[in-house]
Design a protein. Structure first.
Length: 242
């Protein structure tokens, strides 16, 4: 596994002000550290110049004709990883919030066979200078408590989109992935399937430009739907991919 084939999946919707810098940080990191992280941008039907910027700068990109939302975009990346035989896939935001220097910490437990999925967490270290809004932190704590009731396992950063998975889960996600609220739902599903899920501390940055996909006015709607979706996770029966 020391020669693991690693793909960074970058879902992007209207990230024209961020996407080039995000991809360049990965390219520069590879050159500096002699790593070989592949990456693919999933342009989720952007109405701005996200796709154009990728094509003009020879950035690997899949252009979706319509906006599928975060779940559909990320699953497209997992399908790409599955059909191109990647050992590890890393979900990485296109808005500049995720730190490429932390990828090595996220993939290490998978390479060592200590975890099937690793979540980059903002909440298991006091050194992280980036803080989300108070309302979002409260929402994450509520989701965390509900997930513990469902899975008997406490996950601190339930909505983190900075995470890595092994080839077995790549296959699982390529076949089935929720269109909405994918992080808490899929984490709960994996725990119910007895996969090994681990959290490691990571650094995150403030969004450099653009607007988050989760608007403040949607917070209550988001919470209610996540809770209902997690209840469904609790009552369903699951079978691991083989």
């Amino acid at each position: 596994m020391n020669n693991s084939k690693i793909l960074i999946i970058i879902p992007a919707y209207n990230e024209q002000d961020n996407i080039l810098n995000t991809c360049n940080t990965i390219i520069k990191y590879n050159k500096k550290n002699k790593t070989n992280y592949d990456f693919i941008v999933i342009n989720d039907g952007s109405s701005d110049n996200t796709g154009k910027i990728c094509h003009e700068n020879n950035i690997p990109v899949v252009d979706l004709i319509h906006n599928l939302g975060i779940g559909g975009a990320v699953q497209t990346g997992y399908k790409y990883a599955y059909y191109n035989n990647y050992d590890i896939a890393v979900q990485f935001d296109g808005d500049g919030q995720h730190d490429v220097n932390c990828i090595k910490n996220i993939i290490e437990p998978i390479i060592k066979g200590q975890a099937d999925m690793v979540i980059g967490s903002r909440f298991i270290s006091n050194n992280n200078t980036f803080k989300s809004t108070f309302a979002r932190r409260i929402g994450i704590r509520i989701i965390s408590k509900i997930m513990k009731l469902i899975t008997n396992r406490k996950i601190y950063d339930t909505t983190s989109g900075f995470r890595a998975i092994n080839s077995l889960i790549i296959k699982d996600f390529a076949m089935s992935y929720p269109l909405e609220y994918p992080e808490p739902i899929t984490t709960s599903e994996l725990l119910r399937k007895n996969y090994i899920v681990k959290e490691v501390p990571v650094e995150m940055n403030e969004r450099k430009a653009g607007v988050s996909s989760i608007k403040t006015w949607k917070n209550v709607y988001y919470m209610l739907n996540v809770i209902l979706s997690l209840i469904v996770v609790r009552i369903r029966r699951y079978k691991r991919c083989q």
